[in-house]
Design a protein around this ligand. Structure first.
Ligand SMILES: [Zn+2]
Length: 70
């Protein structure tokens, strides 16, 4: 009885992630300094959005009851 198993060689190809900004495929390699982003532009865009979100202040108007005592 002879069983021949053929397994594909895995581990050679770099992991590919999606750019959070534009959704493009990005190779997860040390050479890619902008990962998980595809480029510096996408990285900057995301940071910009972050800053915008950070500076957004939710205006909460609290009704103050009037105290009138005579
Ligand atoms: Zn991108």
């Amino acid at each position: 009885m002879h069983m021949a198993e053929t397994k594909p060689a895995a581990g050679a190809a770099p992991r590919v992630v999606k750019c959070p900004s534009c959704g493009a495929g990005v190779e997860w390699i040390p050479e890619n300094r902008h990962r998980p982003f595809c480029s510096a532009r996408c990285k900057g865009n995301d940071l910009g959005a972050w800053a915008t979100e950070k500076y957004r202040v939710a205006a909460t108007e609290e009704p103050h009851p009037e105290d009138q005592s005579e």
